[in-house]
Ligand binder design. Structure first.
Ligand code: NAD
Length: 416
């Protein structure tokens, strides 16, 4: 018999009901806490005296942002330059020394980063190290003061486990499946343009790309010709010859993606060319939730459409899966967009477009739950790479005032 199961289930159900979200509820809980302290002062003082023989004192304070020390930045291959340099900016701005480990998969960028970048930085404080899983595993045995990892959830767990051995804090920028809800009340061509642009950008190899569409069968019927039209306008009748469509990074990923084409039915695209690592911009329909294309992050130019009968069903579908890095909702009704936002959780959210929220420097970028922890971009990068040191400075004088806090705390005439 698990002594905690009932309590944990009760609290999780309460959280899922949304009851903790309204400001009034939160204010009421804090007022309750305050009343608890006021109404039980005597009881609490006695308890603290019995347990610890001490009381606490509040004071004013300030935060000093200090560099952690030696930071490790591990980058993936899909935007190999940006995802190496963006964390580096924050780490250097905060005053850290940095070891950068670019992805071994994007070989050419790795070479430039290793051979050219160090010439532009003080090499006594910065190094690029090379290697794949084995070398990175070896590197992770060393103690770092902070680790910033961008990559898959699978490797994120390896990195976090290695960091835990040294109690090293981490930021994990991971991936997952980003849902894209399309309401019946919207213009299909506008939605198709925006979803196709963000899905097929970099041949779908983007962590925040819309991974799948959730919509009604009626909206699916309107979206398909609109998606076909957007794809033809963007990449021409023969997308393989378009200079604007990327290629799949590796043979391994090409084979994985080609395998996903057997899920559901191909409604648009589906052509492949192994010699060119080319996969046409593709839309799949009639897919089942249990099929691989709905189980793993696609990370390629394939867009499955799942049918839902209502907004409630879409929200329920999103909520029963891991929390995504990004979530998209398209509707002419701001109420619908706001409901999706309010009743789900994700690293970031964008209403009526693709990953524009990621491009705004005043917004933090990061995941939640299985899509990661911590965030960066702009000022948030500086904060991520800084230890927020809580400080208090006191003048050496005024000892008579401060002497009030010293024991004994019982008035002399009451002492036994
Ligand atoms: P990956 O996890 O395979 O590799 C990332 C880094 O980890 C690479 O530098 C690699 O050398 C290293 N690595 C790989 N295996 C390792 C191991 N066993 N031990 C230690 N280190 C290891 O990821 P990837 O294939 O390069 O990138 C794709 C993934 O990254 C996708 O899941 C994508 O969503 C995610 N991603 C996330 C973001 C974000 O900002 N959240 C951005 C880009 C990509």
């Amino acid at each position: 018999m698990d002594p905690f199961a009932d309590t944990l289930q009760r609290l999780r159900e309460a959280f899922d009901s949304g009851c903790t979200r309204p400001a009034e509820f939160r204010a009421a809980q804090l007022k309750g806490l305050s009343r608890f302290l006021q109404e039980n002062k005597q009881l609490l003082q006695e308890a603290l005296a019995q347990d610890l023989h001490k009381a606490t004192q509040l004071d004013s304070a300030f935060i000093r942002k200090e560099p952690f020390g030696l930071v490790l930045v591990i980058a993936p291959w899909n935007y190999p330059l940006n995802l190496s340099l963006e964390p580096l900016v924050g780490a250097l701005a905060a005053g850290n020394c940095v070891v950068l480990k670019p992805s071994e998969v994007s070989k050419s960028t790795e070479k430039v980063l290793a051979e050219v970048l160090p010439r532009y930085l003080d090499q006594s404080c910065f190094a690029v190290v090379l290697g794949g899983p084995q070398e990175t595993g070896q590197l992770l045995e060393h103690k770092f003061d902070y680790i910033f990892f961008t990559g898959s959830p699978r490797v994120g767990k390896i990195v976090m486990a290695a960091a835990a051995k040294h109690l090293t804090p981490v930021t994990l920028e991971l991936g997952g499946k980003n849902p894209c809800y399309v309401d019946d009340n919207c213009d299909p061509q506008t939605v198709a343009n925006r979803v196709a642009f963000f899905r097929y950008f970099n041949s779908g190899q983007t962590c925040v790309a819309p991974d799948y569409i959730l919509c009604s069968p009626e909206m699916q019927a309107r979206l398909l010709p609109a998606l076909q039209s957007a794809i033809t306008r963007f990449y021409g009748k023969d997308p393989q010859s378009s200079p604007d469509l990327g290629r799949i990074i590796s043979e391994k990923n090409f084979q994985r993606l080609r395998g996903l084409l057997s899920c559901g039915h191909v409604a648009i695209g589906g052509q492949t060319d192994e010699s060119d690592r080319y996969i046409a911009p593709t839309v799949l329909v009639g897919v089942q939730e249990t099929e691989p294309v709905m189980q793993e992050e696609i990370f390629g130019p394939i867009l499955p459409i799942m049918n839902v009968r209502s907004l409630d069903e879409a929200i329920e579908f999103i909520r029963r899966r891991e929390k995504p890095l990004a979530l998209y909702a398209f509707s002419n009704s701001s109420q619908v967009v706001k409901r999706v936002l309010a009743q789900t959780s994700s690293g970031g959210f964008c209403g009526n477009d693709g990953f524009m929220h990621m491009t705004v420097a005043s917004l933090p970028f990061g995941g939640v739950g299985a899509s990661g922890m911590g965030s960066y971009h702009g000022k948030f990068s500086f904060d991520t790479f800084s230890h927020h040191r809580a400080c208090l400075l006191r003048r050496p004088g005024l000892e008579k005032v401060y002497a009030l806090r010293y024991p004994p705390h019982t008035p002399r005439n009451l002492r036994v």
